[in-house]
Every structure is written in C-alpha cells, then in structure tokens.
Design a protein. Sequence first.
Length: 267
Amino acid sequence: MDETLGDAGRYPSMVRMIPDMHHYSEVFLDYLLRNDGDGRHREYFAIIHDQLDYGEQFEHSIFEIMEAAGVSGVVHDNLSYDDPESIRRAMSTVAEGGYRTVVIATNDPSFLARVAEAADELGVVGEEWMYVLTDQALPRGFMSKLEKPSAMDRMLDGAAVIRTMDPFDLSLVAEAGEDGIEEDAFLRSWRESSEILQDLSIQPAPLSSFVYDSVMLVGMSACQLQSAQRSRGAAVTPPQHKGVSEGQEVPIIAEGSHGGHTSNRTG
C-alpha cells in the first residue's frame, strides 16, 4: 500500500491496482466508529504502529481521515523492532490511559508476539479490551497455528482484522449461489479448463486477482502503445527473447498456490 508511487504528480504513468492507504484508513475508521448496538462509539482508542513504511503511512493516513471527520481522543505510539522497550512503553500508554480499543498497524507479524507479551504482562487483555489489526499484521492461516493458551491467544480473543478483499472473493460467493453476483469469467474458464495440471479444488491465492489484473493491464497497455505507434507510422520492434521468434505466441504462466493458469497471448 505504499503511497509514494500513488503520487500522480510524480508518477503520472503509474496505475494502482490495490486500494491506497487513505481508502483503507477510511474503511478502518468506519469500523472503529460504528454503532456496536448499545449506542456507543469507539471514539477513544489507541493506535500502535511500527516505524516501517507501512505503519508510518497508516498513521499518517488515518489521522488525516480522523481530522476531516472531527474525531479526537486518540493517542498513538510507535514500535521499534531494534528497541524492545518501545513496545512496553507503547503498551504502558494503553494501560495508563485507560484505553479499551487498541489498533495495531504493522506488516511485520513478528511484532505481534512482542506486543502480546507486553499486553499480557500489563494486564490489558481480556473481555474489556478489543484489538483491531491491519490486514498484514495477521497473515491468513496464522490462527490455525496459534498456540493455546498463550499471550497471543489471549490478546487475539475477540480481535478484529480489517482485510483488503480480493475481487475473486466475490466470485467465490457467486459460486456458492448468492443471487445478484456473477462468477468471474476468469475463474469460470479456469474451472472449465481441461488442463490436467490444475487442481480445481484449490482456490486462487489471496489477492491473486490484483496480480492477474496487473498482468492483463500491462499486456493491454503494450498492445495499445504498439497500435498507437503504428497509426503514427512509427516502426515497432518487439523485444527479442531467446528461443522466441518475432510474431510467435509466447505462453504466459501465472503461478500461485492454485497450481497455475496458462494462456497464449500476443500484442
């Protein structure tokens, strides 16, 4: 979710295929401020983030969104991987400030274990506290390997993770038969393929549709550029690859946990 390449003024030819941090922060804040059924809103919470690009960008983005929404009563602290005491200081801020909702923003899951140990030691885990994690703080499949009981288990009990939804996820819902949603054409053709190397029981890897869209966008852009050059009378010389002659179709293989999809495409 790096913001740098999303700056149209500096990188006018870049196209972002996943939501930027500001959009993600808007959804994140909407969740935090939602009415939880008894008329209360979580407008008093702590944000704990790392000092890497991901954590810093999340902190910058969500505070911009909060300022625009008029949200106050939020404290934030940062974590430094090479300074274990920074994690204890951050969690001490949570304990001393009486915060009951804690946001953890990092893309390095190794921070979680240290945060959990400090939170458990300071007594800020249990039914009174709710932890809300950014997408990459808790990788998919992590919970199945979680040791119980443990400090991590106690911290994550009742926690929420705000994930970026893969468009293919909607297609999987459609496959289950929900009305009004049509299954993605790529997934449908993939399942109908007679390729013996494909395991149709395995679903696409998380966020694989963004990779697929990126590959397709590059191909379409290259074709449009080639067409535009030809219309202007400019000579176009495709790059030569070892073992591939000009005009020959090149197989594109997208590999993932689902096995692979092969198609022949030309510009």
